[in-house]
Design a protein around this ligand. Structure first.
Ligand code: SAM
Length: 275
């Protein structure tokens, strides 16, 4: 694994991946084939978010032109930036990976009202009640306790604002140590309600498991090309994830979910997507 040029510390796995994945045509092809017509073709996406999921989340946010969006665990920013463009909103993305944030800034290409910062999505340091909408794409499941990010989203949103996310609901595998169980949430609805959210949409998208397993198979099959394009450290990380996926999906009884919830009161302005 590489070293961070600034600190001489070993880079985090996400940093290693973000340094490599956006320049790999083979990885792009694997995702395109696995998703088929559901591939959103966004620059700066490192998630399983589909066109269908964006078609639920975009309108579900009720984000008006000029509104303020926060993207929690934004990575290289692709899906959040797509929503900001579609609804003419500003966006602040936060991610713990400095390499992801550098990539997000590159992809945003100096778009007005677009800011990215390295921060913990459970403790962003952003002002309370200052956002009209929040999103999180495929990031809650990597946290030691996703509940903390839900509390942070509730804090960041103004009354009546909406939070939408895609992630996996799962149960701790049999025999998991007690201290490791907080990262598994088998139903987000009561967790959201406990933080004052009202759930307005909760669904399991069709075909998510097939897409995910097709990506895993592609990653494991294309070892020569991917090692050449990504380097061995990044490829090994992708392989470990691909091998774990099949096991994890079964052992934790995981299901992918798309969720939209509201802080309670009606938004002040109606949503009008740009044509
Ligand atoms: C699977 S990626 C999804 C990235 C992006 N949302 C997308 O759709 O492409 C998960 C992201 O969560 C970020 N992450 C993990 N733990 C985090 C934390 N505590 N605070 C902020 N970001 C975190 C990782 O760096 C990574 O970029």
């Amino acid at each position: 694994m590489g070293e961070s040029p600034r600190t001489n510390q070993p880079e985090s796995p996400f940093d290693v991946l973000y340094r490599a994945v956006h320049d790999s045509p083979t990885l792009g092809d694997i995702y395109r084939r696995a998703f088929g017509r559901e591939w959103p073709a966004l620059q700066g996406q490192t998630s399983f978010v589909t066109k269908h999921e964006l078609s639920i989340i975009g309108p579900g946010l009720q984000l008006a032109s000029g509104g303020r969006l926060v993207d929690l665990g934004c990575g290289a920013g692709g899906p959040g930036l797509w929503i900001a463009n579609a609804y003419e909103a500003s966006v602040i993305g936060v991610d713990s990976s400095a390499v992801a944030i550098a990539a997000a800034k590159r992809f945003a290409n100096d778009r007005e009202g677009t800011h990215y910062r390295v921060a913990d999505m459970t403790n962003t340091g952003l002002s309370s009640g200052s956002f009209d909408a929040a999103v999180s794409f495929d990031a809650l499941q990597v946290l030691p306790d996703p509940r903390r990010a839900i509390v942070e989203a509730a804090r960041l949103l103004r009354p009546g604002a909406r939070f939408a996310f895609a992630t996996w609901e799962s149960s701790p595998p049999t025999g998991a140590p007690r201290e490791a169980t907080s990262r598994f949430i088998d139903d987000y609805r009561p967790v959201l309600e406990a933080s004052g959210f009202e759930v307005v949409h909760h669904s399991e998208p069709d075909g998510w498991k097939e897409r995910q397993l097709a990506v895993s198979r592609g990653v494991l099959a294309q070892h020569t090309e991917l090692t050449r394009e990504l380097g061995s450290a990044a490829y090994e990380l992708l392989c470990a994830e691909a091998r774990e996926d099949a096991h994890w999906l079964e052992a934790s009884r995981a299901r992918r979910v798309v969720v939209v919830c509201s802080t309670g009161r009606k938004p002040a302005r109606p949503a009008t997507p740009r044509q």
